[in-house]
Write a protein that binds this ligand. Structure first.
Ligand code: ZN
Length: 189
């Protein structure tokens, strides 16, 4: 059965925010109320949710979800405004969020050919571990890990630096795969 078209579709960015737990409680209650009665938006929501593997809610460390290439592409075709950054091992990037951005995707590049299980840590400027995601999804062939941040969340952050660290957990001792420095600044506009 094809659901009826929705007259007031929930913006895709709000679906992503809801799914990543970035919405205010009142906003997510309202969204849920709409989902109860709207098959069309429920279908879109299911599409957002089903295409992600290994969703990790990493708390307040800045990183929210692990994405796959296909999910990012589908979100783009769903008109979600995606800001993206790519960082090589040992590299750093200055990042910000424009008012119209809905999702921020950071691609971490590394040699992942020998990796079976990969953990992602977020470290603060003093080196303290802010969050840990175990067994994150990654693309072994492309050598990529995709990290998604809700822009609604990023907009709440002051200027700050943090480090993303990838560690391979296959051997007896953890092996450092790569470190990536993010220098976040609020939108200057
Ligand atoms: Zn709807």
């Amino acid at each position: 059965m094809k659901p009826k078209l929705c007259r007031e579709p929930i913006p895709s960015g709000a679906l992503v925010d809801y799914w990543t737990d970035a919405l205010e409680e009142s906003a997510s209650a309202k969204l849920e109320e709409h989902l109860f009665t709207c098959g069309s938006c429920t279908d879109r929501m299911a599409r957002v949710a089903s295409m992600a593997r290994g969703v990790g809610r990493l708390g307040r460390g800045g990183v929210r979800i692990m994405l796959t290439k296909s999910l990012v592409e589908r979100l783009r075709t769903d008109a979600v405004r995606v800001r993206s950054y790519t960082i090589d091992t040992g590299g750093s990037v200055s990042c910000t969020v424009a008012p119209e951005d809905e999702l921020c995707v950071t691609t971490l590049r590394a040699d992942l050919r020998e990796v079976g299980r990969l953990d992602l840590e977020v470290l603060g400027e003093g080196g303290q571990v802010l969050s840990l995601a175990e067994d994150v999804p990654f693309d072994r062939e492309r050598g990529e890990v995709l990290v998604g941040d809700s822009c609604a969340f990023l907009r709440t952050l002051p200027a700050l630096g943090y480090v993303l660290r990838l560690t391979a957990m296959d051997a007896a001792a953890p092996r450092l795969v790569g470190e990536y420095r993010m220098l976040h600044r609020p939108w200057p506009g």
